[in-house]
Design a binder for this molecule. Structure first.
Ligand code: C5P
Length: 237
């Protein structure tokens, strides 16, 4: 079974996807793997930063991605065999990752890689929870369970402000809100793989909900989808 979770930046997709995979593994006795597809674009960006990439040259960004060996194994992101799961979270990587994500050739490579990873996971009789912007629309449009997880820009800005305050920072709410709105607009305007709500997706607006509540709602939805597929004899994907 494949569960896709798409939604805008800051909606809590990574945390929810990770916890959902763990929760469903415990509940069902099947093994659910988690795939963070944003980390793959981030890995290209990290590689570029290390190579002093000229980001204004899309052909060079494509060549860079072609020369990188990226993989995600057991929730860890690998770049040329090095575990970069933490390194890709750096702010300068966040900033440059759009040059990878906006590049159609790089997207094509990452989509192929995501499908290959999914095939490997399913072949091992495991299930997959994958999250990103285009998972239920472009990459796995036939996934059994497609989720659109969102929250209002104000709610996402409030959460981000809380995280930054915990790190001792004193950022302005309005500035964070503007960054979030800019990122939403960029994600939606992308010519290839833009952020869209997948048709027939289970839509959840997480304003005012705890992570546990979100995970429980999505898990209940996926279990009912799975049960109805089994009852009708349709195969799960
Ligand atoms: O979600 P995260 O911030 O890690 O994503 C990193 C970058 O990759 C962002 O620019 C995001 O828009 C992009 N992305 C994408 N498609 C995905 C996942 C992330 O374009 N499936």
């Amino acid at each position: 079974m494949i569960i896709t979770i798409d939604g805008p930046a800051g909606a809590g997709k990574s945390t929810v996807a990770k916890r959902l995979a763990r929760f469903l593994s415990e509940q069902t006795g099947k093994s659910f793997e988690y795939l963070d597809t944003g980390s793959m674009y981030r890995a290209v960006a990290l590689f570029g930063l290390r190579r002093q990439m000229d980001w204004q040259m899309p052909g060079k960004v494509t060549a860079l991605a072609e020369s990188a060996v990226i993989d995600v194994v057991n929730g860890r992101t690998l770049l040329n065999g090095e575990d970069v799961t933490e390194a890709v979270r750096q702010p300068e990587v966040t900033e440059k990752s759009r040059f990878a994500a906006d590049n159609p050739s790089v997207r094509q490579m990452m989509v192929a890689l995501q499908r290959k990873i999914a095939d490997r996971i399913l072949a091992g009789h495991q299930c997959l929870v994958t999250e990103g912007r285009d998972q239920g629309t472009a990459v796995f449009p036939h996934a059994a369970c497609r989720i659109f997880l969102t929250a209002t820009p104000e709610e996402r800005a409030k959460r981000r402000l809380g995280e930054l305050q915990q790190q001792g920072r004193t950022d302005e709410f309005q500035e964070i809100l503007q960054q979030i709105t800019d990122r939403d607009n960029r994600d939606a305007a992308r010519t290839v793989g833009p952020l869209r709500e997948p048709e027939g997706a289970f839509r959840l607006v997480s304003d005012g909900m705890t992570i546990d509540e979100v995970v429980a709602e999505i898990a209940a939805h996926c279990r009912s989808v799975s049960a109805s597929l089994t009852a009708t004899g349709l195969s799960e994907r």
